[in-house]
Design a protein. Structure first.
Length: 81
């Protein structure tokens, strides 16, 4: 899973402490080479609240789909990293 294949997607991480963080792939593309494996990036992520590794990390194609009042789009794709 290369970073460049998921431009426009988001990384959705959840930590055991309850904090969740959404990171746009577009932002990661500024810091990492396009052919970087996403798993490699996910392994380096740490929770900003407690410093632990996230309990789960998923790729999501549309982060707004779960938001209140969202009306558009098809089913959301989620891929476990
Ligand atoms: Zn945490």
């Amino acid at each position: 899973m290369l970073l460049s294949d998921f431009d426009g997607w988001w990384l959705d991480t959840r930590c055991g402490c309850g904090r969740s963080t959404q990171i746009p792939i577009r932002m990661l593309l500024r810091e990492w080479r396009r052919e970087t494996d996403i798993g490699q990036i996910a392994r380096r992520l740490r929770c900003r609240g407690c410093g632990a590794r996230p309990a789960s990390t998923e790729l999501v194609d549309d982060i707004q789909a779960g938001a209140k009042g969202y009306a558009g789009g098809g089913p959301v794709q989620r891929i476990k990293v």
